[in-house]
Design a protein. Structure first.
Length: 335
């Protein structure tokens, strides 16, 4: 068995601020709790919540690592006393509670999954955050079923790419919005039935046309306040509006609430990080049973836009905030 180092390189963010605050630092290798695995990180995903944490707006939950990073892939380097599934050397990916911008990080065994068949570290690291989020919100809170219609805002984000592919794989009709012709074509290439350019088209009017006036059954929104009224206009009777972020604000003013009553709408939403290990573990089990086979068969796949070495995390965050990417941004620690 390889002896673990005492120290590792991680990305510190100091007191927070712009991307430039992300700098390499040295610190101790974490020790796994009884229910955790220690992962030697080979790749890590970059996500919007990471940007918020860097700015000081998304603090880690009690007991979690203060280091940024919510998803990772690598090799098991050590296991806690209560871990039964994994052993040293296993290749895994995990939804972490923090700490993934580092050479080593811990994750609860329940939130850890094997790499899908045929995947490498970069592909595996692109999965946890978006697949957990989409599964919990589109198929959980949103109750999307085969034959129904889904509208996805931000269709070329990591979340959007995953939502389009999973919804199509499970038999839904999918419409998606983005802000350029290139992104709209990318969404169509991923399988979306229609792509709406929100900069040149009124997405609510387009949805009305596409659905013959009926509206969509489920809407996945990460924009927030600016879209809320138009989102209500997009919904079919008994539709489910699912909110997962507020990129354009969280306070909606002068909203006509009547469509909620008249259409019997459900307005819901969630965040992933505050959920318990048991709750996240239940999602992981469903993903392994229902989504991992689709990945192994090539029916769904991560779309990787850019890969940066760990010490260029600042550049990765700058790209994330530019919103010019299509798919996932990753940090590569394999070299």
């Amino acid at each position: 068995m390889t002896t673990l180092p005492q120290e590792m390189t991680f990305i510190a963010h100091g007191e927070g601020g712009g991307p430039e605050v992300l700098v390499p630092a040295r610190g101790p290798v974490p020790s796994p709790q009884p229910d955790e695995v220690l992962i030697r990180v080979l790749a890590t995903g970059v996500n919007r919540p990471d940007v918020q944490q860097r700015k000081g707006a998304y603090p880690p939950p009690p007991g979690a690592s203060p280091v940024i990073g919510l998803e990772t892939a690598g090799e098991v380097a050590a296991v806690g006393a209560a871990v039964t599934r994994y052993k040293v050397g296993d290749k895994v990916c995990a939804l972490t509670n923090g700490g993934a911008y580092a050479e080593y990080c811990t994750a609860p065994e329940a939130q850890t999954l094997p790499w899908p068949a045929g995947f490498d570290a970069l592909q595996a690291a692109a999965l946890p955050e978006t697949f957990f989020t989409v599964w919990a919100n589109v198929f959980g809170h949103g109750r999307l079923a085969a034959g129904e219609t889904l509208l996805v805002h931000g269709g070329t984000s990591g979340i959007g790419v995953t939502a389009i592919q999973l919804a199509k794989a499970f038999g839904a009709t999918v419409y998606a919005t983005a802000g350029s012709a290139e992104k709209c074509q990318a969404m169509l290439d991923l399988g979306a039935d229609a792509a709406i350019n929100y900069k040149t088209q009124d997405f609510a009017a387009e949805v009305k046309t596409l659905t013959g006036g009926r509206g969509v059954d489920v809407l996945l929104d990460m924009v927030g306040a600016d879209y809320f009224q138009r989102n209500l206009r997009c919904m079919a009777k008994d539709g489910r509006l699912v909110l997962i972020a507020f990129l354009q604000g969280h306070e909606a003013e002068k909203v006509d609430l009547r469509p909620i009553m008249l259409k019997r709408l459900t307005v819901t939403g969630s965040t992933m990080r505050p959920r318990t290990t048991a709750e996240k573990g239940a999602i992981a089990a469903e993903l392994e049973a229902k989504a991992w086979p689709l990945l192994a068969e090539g029916r769904c796949k991560p779309v990787i836009h850019s890969v940066f070495p760990l010490d260029q995390a600042a550049a990765a965050h700058a790209l994330m905030e530019s919103s010019t990417h299509i798919g996932k941004i990753l940090l590569d620690l394999s070299k």
